[in-house]
Design a protein. Structure first.
Length: 415
């Protein structure tokens, strides 16, 4: 759901009723991962996707039905061998869809609205929902913030009772009965969701209805929205301009850094989010000390000059970032490695360096080279091999971390 937060947030602000269908589990060669969503408003307008087109029509009708009857439903779609035209995934996978009505005035609306607004602003927030469990526990939602505070509830409320908030006191039971679910459920899920939010991961949490591993089992979808990851491009050269465009296309917040003010200009890099004139290693050191680089950050060194490369890579290869790549010929690579060893970079640290940068696409132009670098970054992030799919006996849509279930132990996650 949070993958279409910007448009859904506008729907909330406009006061539209809508229903949202979210992928909560996948198996086999499913095209979308947990968290992917399709939403339909009261006038029949649809946004998003749950299957890349295979079952969109059927899911659309489920959303329309949910808007009419107000019921949260879970539906499974898979491939039909008997009828190639039946509703199903022709790619052979299976997806489970959770359809939730979000009309104006519903208890879940406030939680969804807060989560969508945060995601639309680029702030960190997680929304948790029961994906599988007792019927009286479906339909609730919990918004979890980075500091661990939360609002809403996954527990069934008596009719007319307000939601609990920020770990506070639950509403007193009304005449229609007590709250369903254990009092610890919200707090336990909030703790686990906070950990997933810290890692920037969406996935399925398996937990007992009592908030522990025992008790009636529940599966909780946790959708995490975090600020976009950073790509820092060092070296304001023509190849960098193309790489900035690829980085933005892949969803990165892109910074270009170069010590030469005549080259590091907004005119040359209009798509960049930030232009920095500074020595590369000095800028990276400042970002590291401020905590502005993390395990999702990618560093692309295009300076192609030892006086910039060596001090920069000496630092970069010791930071817990996702990717470090450096441009240059194989001769440049060997000379650079020699210089790095001389300043104390270990073989284990050198093994992290992607150099020469990019995958072998036969690239020549800056745009083709940027594409090869972007492809390597994606392969590194997703665990891809980089080989052609034609003739290769490897999954097209591999399961997260190489497993066949969306639930991995207690927490199953996808990036």
């Amino acid at each position: 759901m949070l993958d279409i937060a910007e448009e859904l947030n506008r729907w909330v602000e406009q006061g539209r009723d809508f229903a949202v269908a979210t992928v909560v589990a996948v198996g086999g060669s499913a095209p979308r991962q947990p968290g992917a969503a399709l939403a339909v408003d009261g006038e029949g307008t649809a946004i998003g996707s749950v299957s890349g087109g295979c079952v969109e029509g059927a899911v659309y009708e489920l959303c329309r039905q949910a808007l009419e009857d107000g019921e949260t439903v879970r539906e499974r779609f898979g491939y039909s061998d008997d009828d190639a035209f039946a509703v199903g995934l022709t790619c052979g996978g299976i997806i489970d869809i959770l359809v939730t009505p979000v009309p104006v005035g519903s208890p879940v609306r406030e939680v969804f609205a807060a989560g969508l607004a945060a995601a639309a602003r680029g702030e960190a927030a997680a929304v948790a929902r029961i994906a599988e469990g007792p019927a009286d526990l479906t339909g609730g939602a919990l918004l979890v913030r980075p500091d661990g505070s939360y609002e809403g509830t996954l527990r069934a409320r008596p009719l007319g009772a307000p939601p609990s908030g920020s770990g506070g006191t639950d509403p007193a039971p009304g005449a229609d009965g007590a709250l369903g679910g254990h009092p610890e459920l919200d707090r336990a899920v909030a703790e686990e969701a906070r950990a997933m939010l810290d890692a920037g991961r969406t996935g399925v949490l398996e937990i007992g209805a009592d908030g522990r591993l025992c008790g009636e089992p529940l599966k909780v979808l946790v959708e995490a929205s975090v600020p976009p990851p950073r790509m820092i491009v060092f070296g304001a050269i023509d190849f960098a301009s193309a790489l900035v465009r690829i980085g933005k296309f892949l969803g990165y917040r892109v910074t270009v850094c170069d010590a030469r003010p005549v080259f590091a200009t907004k005119t040359r890099f209009p798509e960049a989010d930030e232009i920095v004139v500074d020595w590369p290693h000095r800028y990276l050191e400042s970002q590291s000390s401020e905590g502005s680089v993390d395990g999702r950050t990618v560093l692309c060194v295009l300076t192609h000059d030892a006086k910039f490369d060596v001090p920069l890579l000496e630092l970069a290869l010791r930071l817990p970032v996702a990717y470090v790549g450096a441009m240059g010929s194989r001769r440049t690579h060997e000379d650079r490695n020699k210089r790095l060893r001389e300043v104390g970079v270990t073989e284990l640290e050198l093994a992290r360096l992607r150099s020469p940068i990019g995958l072998d696409l036969g690239a020549r132009s800056p745009e083709e080279t940027a594409l090869s670098i972007g492809a390597e970054i994606v392969a590194n992030r997703r665990g891809g091999s980089g080989v052609a799919l034609t003739g290769a006996h490897i999954p097209i849509h591999p399961d997260p971390q190489g497993v066949s279930s969306a639930v991995i132990g207690r927490i199953g996650s996808v990036a």
